[in-house]
Structure formats: structure tokens, C-alpha cells
Design a protein around this ligand. Structure first.
Ligand code: ATP
Ligand code: MG
Length: 425
């Protein structure tokens, strides 16, 4: 137990974290370009926020939340997603009083009690964006473009954008009735989950992965087929904006997001190489959510994408992440007095922004040179007792193994100059 992490969690080790930093850097850059600002909200919230905000009939609320009583007997839940918290913060801090739309992004761990498997964890990370205060279909297209842009920038290919409209409180009740009467005769043949959904959330039945349910719902009426004029117009406009932007999509009239608060646009991005958990991004519009959490009737649109699913996708397409060279200089010292001097110079190099390190195990020259090679540094600075007395150092160019003894200041100047050149290039 003591040396095993909880099921469904991951350690991200050195070597991996660098890849995460790179992906996060790309995300933050894109958000700057698209004018989205970061929001950071708590890792835990009042349970009620998710019950109301995510919806009682969703998988998340029904069976996936980490909920507990704190020492003050309050019901607390580890955040399973980011939208509800973003809305809560938007209302709590009256961000609707700012010029609209308010465009935000978040990035961080989420928690769901799921059956762990490749690409599906109990603690995982999401990046997401949320836009509040605009009904404009161009905003739907913008958030989709942001996600697609991100994957393209990483170099991912073969992405499939699936697009649907799930209507609104005007058109959904009518669809709900036709769907229920379509399913009525087969109700007893639906899976247990879907039998429960029949009354509470029949739309979700279209989304069931069970084979028999799929068979039964094969010719079922879809919301897309019975959109009200407003939703139809919105859907057409979103498609036009995407066409205009050269973003290709597939209409998937059975795409139903797992969350109750979605209206109009629903979308998902799929990448096929990574096996069963191929959905890398999901989102849509939620014009009813802010109001249902006690706020004014303010529209919203956004998405969340899974960070863990990015890396296997990159790997399967043979895309390697450009990693920065970690060290520029390795400082080598032989003997106690030389070590003191080397330590001082090491700290000074770092103060100048040069990435440098030394040995801390008093190893032999040969072993220290080996470490310098392993770090792939360009320069080694070698201090021995002789050099120390003369005020010199041996500067070794690791690529060519050429080396030269010179005054310490001269060696440092040379490194600085060459590093400057590298930075300017
Ligand atoms: P799924 O149908 O795969 O359970 P979902 O509808 O629950 O997905 P969302 O809540 O929309 O997913 O989350 C958006 C994205 O977050 C998903 O597309 C996926 O990439 C990622 N994601 C969701 N749950 C997990 C998890 N347990 N582990 C890793 N990534 C996840
Ligand atoms: Mg899920």
C-alpha cells in the first residue's frame, strides 16, 4: 500500500513532465492568441453544485463522483469537470457585469470514480474553455477552431470533428415524446440503464453503447430532425462559419453529450489511433446552465479536452515533442579546493540564466565527463588543483572533445558569447 498509488491515478515522472510543459505551453499560447484568460477554481466544491450543474441523470453524478463529508459535516465533492465551477465563479464574482463575452480557460486535475483502463483514469487532467454572454454561432465556431488549432499545432492528423445540435427547451419536449413513443414497444428490451433513462432522460438512450440498445434505436427520430426554426438557423450558421474557416466536420445526429445542460451545438473530436477511448475533446453550447444555477439567463459555450489522451495519439502518429536541451554547461572539479571554486562559478552561471550543473558525488574525471556527455552539454569547465593555483580553467567543447586551458574569465566570456548567439538565432 505504502509504495503503490491509488488505482486509476498516475505519477507523471521527470522525462514525462517536460512533455506536459510543452503541451501546456502550446495551449496557453493559443489562448493568448484567441483572447481567452485563465481561471483557477477550487479542486473541491459543494456537492450540490455538481448535482445541479452537471445534472442528476448524468453518469458523473449518478456514479462517478468522489463525495465525502468534511469535518464540519458539509458534503464536498472533488471536481469531476470544470464547467460548473466556472459558472459558479462567474456568478459569485458577478463577471456578467464585465463587457461580454467573458472568455476563460482552465487546466488541471479532475476526479471521477471510473473503471480504470488505458486513457480512462480516476484522476485525469482536462484543459477546457468556457465563453459566457453570447448567442452568436460564430462563438461556437471559435471554440471549435481553438481546439482544432491546438491539435494541428501539435502535429496531429486524422482528426474527426463530429457535429450535432441537441435543440433547446422549445424543440426538445416534442422530440422527447416522439422518441418515447418510438421506443415504447421495445422498452423491456433496453438495457437496465436505458430503462431508467426512458423517463428521466430518453435522449441519452441514443448514446448508449450496448449493442441491443443500438439495434433498437437504429431508426429512432433524432433531435436534429425536429429542430425549431431558431435552432435550425443557429446550426446552419455554425456550419457556415466552420466551412468559412476550412474546418471539416461530420454531422452525427446521434451525438448526445453526457451532460444535461447542453443546448443547440454539441461536438466531439475523435482520433482513431488510440483505441477504445478515442474521444479527445467534447463540448457544446449550454444556454440554460447559468440560469439553472441561479443566475441571469446568460448563454454559454465551451469544451473540455483530455490531456492524458493526447500523448498516446502523438505517439501512435510518430510525433515527438520538441524538448529543450536541459543543460548548457557541466562544471567538473577535482579536489576539495577546486570544488569550492567550481561551486561558486556554477551558481554565477545560473544567475546569468545559463543552465548548468555539477557532480555531487566526488566522482572521477572520467565519470564526470561521462555525465557531461549524458546531459548532452556543449561545454564542460574543468577545474583541477593546478588550474586553481594559476587562476585558469580547462574549457572543453564536448562535441569535438577539443579542450583549451585559459583564464577563468576568458572561458566564461566565450561561453556567454556563444550562448548569446544561440539565443539570437
Ligand atoms: P467518455 O464518454 O469517454 O466517458 P465524457 O463524455 O465523460 O467521455 P467529458 O466529460 O466530455 O467526457 O470530458 C471531455 C474529455 O475529457 C473527454 O473527451 C476525454 O478526452 C477526457 N476524459 C473524460 N473522462 C476521462 C477519464 N476518466 N480519464 C481520462 N480522460 C477523460
Ligand atoms: Mg465519462
Amino acid at each position: 500500500m505504502l509504495t503503490t498509488r491509488p488505482r486509476g491515478t498516475n505519477d507523471i515522472l521527470p522525462g514525462e513532465t517536460e512533455k506536459w510543459h510543452y503541451v501546456e505551453k502550446v495551449l496557453r499560447e493559443i489562448c493568448m492568441e484567441f483572447d481567452y484568460q485563465e481561471i483557477r477554481f477550487p479542486i473541491f466544491e459543494h456537492t450540490e453544485l455538481f448535482q445541479r450543474g452537471v445534472g442528476e441523470t448524468t453518469d458523473i453524478v449518478e456514479k462517478e463522483m468522489y463525495t465525502f463529508l468534511d469535518r464540519g459535516q458539509r458534503s464536498i465533492t472533488l471536481r469531476p469537470e470544470g464547467t460548473a465551477s466556472t459558472v459558479r465563479a462567474y456568478l459569485e464574482h458577478k463577471l456578467y457585469a464585465l463587457p461580454q463575452p467573458v472568455k476563460m480557460y482552465y487546466i488541471g486535475p479532475m476526479f471521477r470514480y471510473e473503471r480504470p483502463q488505458a486513457g480512462r483514469y480516476r484522476q485525469f487532467h482536462q484543459f477546457g474553455v468556457e465563453v459566457f454572454g453570447s448567442f452568436d454561432p460564430a462563438i461556437d465556431a471559435e471554440v471549435i477552431a481553438l481546439a482544432m488549432n491546438f491539435y494541428h499545432r501539435l502535429g496531429l492528423k486524422g482528426l474527426e470533428l463530429r457535429l450535432n445540435s441537441v435543440g433547446c427547451p422549445n424543440c426538445r419536449p416534442k422530440h422527447r415524446e416522439t422518441l418515447q413513443s418510438f421506443l415504447e414497444k421495445d422498452l423491456h428490451r433496453l438495457c437496465r440503464d436505458c430503462q431508467g433513462r426512458y423517463e428521466r432522460n430518453p435522449l441519452r438512450i441514443l448514446d448508449c453503447k450496448n449493442n441491443q440498445c443500438r439495434e433498437i434505436t437504429a431508426g429512432a427520430p433524432t433531435v436534429l430532425g425536429s429542430l425549431c426554426p431558431e435552432c435550425r438557423e443557429h446550426f446552419e450558421a455554425v456550419k457556415e462559419y466552420l466551412d468559412e474557416a476550412g474546418i471539416r466536420y461530420l454531422i452525427d445526429d446521434r451525438l448526445v453529450r453526457g451532460l444535461d445542460y447542453y443546448t443547440k451545438t454539441a461536438f466531439e473530436i475523435i482520433v482513431n489511433e488510440i483505441g477504445a477511448q478515442s474521444a479527445i475533446c467534447g463540448g457544446g453550447r449550454y444556454d440554460g446552465l447559468v440560469e439553472s444555477l441561479g443566475g441571469p439567463p446568460i448563454p454559454g459555450v465551451g469544451f473540455a479536452l483530455g490531456m492524458e489522451r493526447i500523448f498516446p495519439a502523438l505517439e501512435s502518429q510518430g510525433i515527438s515533442i520538441p524538448l529543450e536541451n536541459q543543460l548548457d554547461v557541466y562544471v567538473i572539479a577535482l579536489g576539495k579546493a577546486a570544488d569550492r571554486k567550481a561551486f561558486q562559478i556554477l551558481l554565477n552561471l545560473r544567475l546569468e540564466g545559463i543552465k548548468a550543473d555539477k557532480d555531487y558525488l566526488r566522482r572521477s574525471l572520467k565519470a564526470q565527463l561521462k555525465t557531461a556527455h549524458r546531459h548532452n552539454v556543449k561545454y564542460a569547465l574543468i577545474f583541477g588543483e593546478n588550474e586553481l593555483e594559476k587562476g585558469t580553467v580547462i574549457l572543453r567543447f564536448m562535441e569535438t572533445s577539443k579542450q583549451k586551458e585559459m583564464p577563468v574569465d576568458e572561458a566564461l566570456d566565450l561561453i556567454r558569447k556563444q550562448m548569446d548567439k544561440k539565443i539570437k538565432m
